[in-house]
Design a protein around this ligand. Structure first.
Ligand SMILES: [Cu+2]
Length: 344
């Protein structure tokens, strides 16, 4: 009854007071779980509601590598320049109906996958357009002043140029290193940095998986877990791969609060290179355990087509979103056009 009265009052108020248009000037933009960007005032009555394309697409992120703006220095060294902008005012729909203030590098969680070859000069033009101080701390080898810890970059347009020689070979995380670190990481200020060996790696269908989680009720426990941010995304949108094709996954665990995470693959085993620093795999397994920022490279091929799960074998995590499916199809390139039909 009270609700009906409130609605009736609201309708009459909307008719009587034209000031509702002032509220519309406070419109906010949200990224929705279903893939749209909506702009709304949040007003129940007379809402302003427009939609556009989603900014973060887990399927696009999966195979997207940013090699930077490439040029050659006089001594022959390859220079790779990247511009990374930090912001802390974006709202993202983490799960249907659950909106969360994420902090972002270049507008997404995780930030862009930065990729270079061992020995390249990496130059990161970092701009902090957030309302808090932020930095970029890369795992890897570099001078102390490039470590993104003591050189705090102030809010509202602060800038810093990180410059270092890419190395060592492997897969490394980068993340903000401003205190309280827990909050700056769990809000989303992290990404993946890949250093390729000069001789390259075998040709493969390559992907990046960042294992992450979100504490949406601020009790220092995660409410949602995922591979690449959106819970259950790759279960609802299976990752299509081919039989007898080498799959290479750069996996990085960024889950905060929980001491361990893990990754189990169904119907197969994978060769695992911890941190990706060695060219010889250390394990042949279907299960690895990772603490925060622990990472590595997985390589495998599927012999049989079909649907295969991959997920945290910490069941709580998989049931809160960290689960996906590989949809394995027969590789059309490997099917002989003159295949003999032996009949029945
Ligand atoms: Cu930060």
């Amino acid at each position: 009854m009270m609700f009906i009265l409130l609605v009736m009052f609201g309708i009459s108020a909307a008719l009587v007071f034209p000031t509702i248009s002032e509220a519309q000037s406070e419109q906010k933009t949200f990224v929705t779980h279903s893939g749209g960007v909506i702009t709304t005032t949040g007003e129940v009555l007379d809402p302003l509601y427009t939609s556009a394309t989603m900014e973060f697409d887990p399927m696009k992120y999966l195979r997207e590598f940013n090699y930077g703006k490439v040029s050659q220095l006089p001594d022959g060294t390859t220079l790779r320049e990247f511009t990374i902008i930090a912001e802390d005012d974006k709202i993202m729909e983490i799960s249907p109906g659950v909106f969360f203030n994420v902090w972002t590098f270049n507008g997404t969680v995780p930030g862009p996958t930065i990729r270079a070859t061992e020995g390249d000069l990496v130059r990161i033009n970092f701009i902090n357009n957030g309302s808090k101080s932020h930095t970029m701390h890369f795992h890897g080898i570099h001078p102390a002043e490039m470590d993104g810890v003591f050189e705090i970059v102030g809010p509202g347009g602060g800038q810093f140029t990180y410059e270092f020689i890419a190395g060592p070979v492997g897969v490394h995380p980068y993340h903000c290193h401003v205190m309280p670190l827990e909050e700056h990481i769990v809000r989303g200020l992290y990404g993946v940095y890949i250093v390729d060996p000069k001789e390259g790696r075998a040709e493969a269908d390559e992907m990046v998986m960042v294992l992450n989680g979100f504490d949406t009720d601020f009790d220092t426990e995660n409410n949602f877990y995922a591979a690449n941010t959106i819970p259950f995304y790759y279960q609802h949108h299976p990752i299509q791969i081919n039989t007898n094709e080498l799959i290479r996954i750069y996996v990085v665990n960024m889950v905060e609060f929980d001491p361990i995470n893990n990754l189990h693959l169904h119907g197969n085993l994978y060769h695992y290179y911890p941190t990706g620093t060695d060219t010889v795999p250390s394990f042949y397994t279907d299960m690895i355990t990772l603490s925060q920022t622990e990472r590595g490279i997985m390589e495998f091929e599927y012999e049989y087509p079909g649907k295969y799960l991959f997920h945290a074998h910490k069941v709580e995590f998989s049931e809160k979103g960290w689960i996906g499916i590989f949809l394995v199809k027969d590789d059309p390139k490997q099917e002989s056009p003159n295949e003999v039909d032996y009949g029945t």
